[in-house]
Design a protein around this ligand. Structure first.
Ligand code: PLA
Length: 457
């Protein structure tokens, strides 16, 4: 609270100031509204100090809403029944309800039966989780694991793991730059900005073909100074839903290897793109098989539906077990002052699911089911749009994109129209999350997209 000192003549003090009293020490106090008035009397004058409610935080401006999570806030505030939340990438059932996987419930029951405690985890996280997550990523028989060249530290889901990787770059590769795809997941730039790691973009999306700008991507990676970190989406590129083909991945690896760059994979959708855990990790495994040193951030938000458990991992695959041990020690050193040690609940769920063969198989079936539902709405949305829109526009890009999202090509005004007129909540870059769409709502969404595309510039 800041104070302002006023000096006023006795007769100016309002006789209505309720609790005004001036004692023999010539000091007094009164409450007026939310402010406190202090009086002191000397030589016939009363001096009054007003403690005004001016915050020390006055200089802090209002932050804008988050471009992705802010969409959910706006959705919650809308009272119209037709509203549809296609903003955040969170899986919903056909009834548009959140879904807790059966294997997750079973893994949680196992924890109760075993009477697991709530002691602190080590800084690097749960050992059984770290083993399981590296094996899931690279394949259990990967030579890098056998040769103990993988430094794995449990992270606060994908975001926290990326942040840890960024902190490692900032501390041990000062001045190194990260190359990020244009466009990319909205939070990537924030993460590297906050870690004070400079970044620039490489071409990725070609609006003319609504596909990958492969030539541009290769040129930009080639042009970057040696030793640049190249951020790659392991599968199901967010927001475009466009992934390189296996042949293109080989060429990307060629250039990164020639230029001595360091690939940094963000794997937030393993199993969610194709429905197969192994297939979705093929890009990372290809780089590791070439003997390259690779950074990989993993997330279990989507593939196990553990959004709020914040479970993921930062992996550094190194060329020697000695350097992997050193890197791991530094990752722990970075984690300790940031959050001390990670939460145990999600780590146990993952460890139980992956470590119990029956649950592991059941998980794969549930993941296929989720990925399958998204593929079905993708098909239905395409069918609805292409039968309703008589303009001749080619909407087949919807079918070519993979993963949770469709990048519709709608601009900001058109996206605003989707929300303001149709109550369809989506990010302003034209991305819609098909994981939040039901078959029953496809026709409605098709009408909204066609209206916004043709009637709004
Ligand atoms: N990496 C990518 C490419 C992502 O899309 C997301 C999540 C993450 C990392 C981080 O997720 P996590 O921290 O929960 O593991 N992207 C979401 C949610 C699904 C978000 O923006 O936070 C999205 O709607 O884009």
């Amino acid at each position: 609270m800041a104070s302002a000192v006023l000096s006023i003549a006795t007769q100016c003090v309002s006789p209505n100031a309720s609790s005004l009293s001036i004692n023999e020490t010539h000091k007094g106090k009164a409450k007026l509204g939310g402010s406190t008035l202090r009086f002191s009397k000397s030589s016939g004058r009363i001096s009054m100090t007003v403690a005004v409610n001016v915050s020390r935080f006055e200089g802090i401006p209002m932050a804008p809403p988050d471009p992705i999570l802010g969409v959910s806030e706006a959705f919650r505030a809308d009272t119209n029944d037709v509203k549809l939340n296609l903003g955040v990438g969170a899986y919903r059932t056909e009834e548009l309800q959140p879904y807790v996987l059966n294997v997750v419930k079973k893994a949680e029951n196992l924890m109760l039966e075993r009477g697991d405690n709530k002691e602190y985890l080590p800084i690097e996280g749960l050992a059984a989780f770290n083993k399981a997550t590296a094996e899931l990523l690279l394949g259990a028989d990967n030579p890098a694991i056998k040769e103990q060249r993988v430094a794995t530290v449990q992270g606060l889901s994908g975001t926290g793991s990326l942040r840890l990787g960024a902190a490692l770059i900032e501390r041990y590769f000062p001045g190194s730059k990260v190359l990020i795809s244009a466009p990319t997941w909205g939070n990537h730039k924030n993460i590297f900005n906050d870690a004070r790691v400079p970044w620039s973009e490489y071409r990725y999306y070609d609006p003319r073909t609504v596909g990958l700008d492969f030539e541009g991507m290769i040129e930009d990676i080639k042009a970057a100074p040696e030793g640049t970190f190249v951020l790659l989406h392991g599968c199901a590129h967010n927001p475009t839903g466009i992934d390189p083909t296996p042949e293109q991945w080989e060429k990307i690896a060629d250039v990164i290897q020639q230029k001595n760059h360091i690939p940094f994979f963000d794997v937030a959708y393993q199993g969610f793109a194709s429905g197969s855990l192994d297939e979705d990790a093929a890009s990372v495994r290809l780089f590791v098989a070439r003997g390259m040193e690779v950074l990989v951030a993993q997330s279990y938000s989507k593939n196990l539906g553990l959004y709020a458990e914040r479970i993921g991992a930062m992996n550094v695959i190194s060329s020697s077990s000695e350097s992997a041990t050193r890197v791991k020690s530094q990752l722990k050193r970075l984690a300790r002052p940031m959050y001390s040690n990670p939460p145990v609940h999600g780590a146990r769920i993952v460890a139980n699911v992956v470590g119990t063969p029956v649950l592991f198989d059941e998980w794969k079936a549930e993941m296929e089911m989720m990925a399958g539902r998204i593929k079905n709405v993708r098909q239905k949305l395409y069918d609805s749009i292409s039968s309703k829109d008589k303009s001749g526009k080619d909407w087949s890009f919807i079918l070519k994109q993979i993963g949770m999202f469709s990048y519709t090509g709608l601009n900001k005004n058109q996206s605003d129209n989707m929300t303001n007129k149709w109550h369809v909540y989506m990010t302003k870059d034209g991305r819609i999350s098909l994981a939040g769409l039901s078959l029953a709502k496809c026709e409605y969404l098709a009408d909204a997209i066609i209206d916004s595309y043709h009637n709004v510039s």
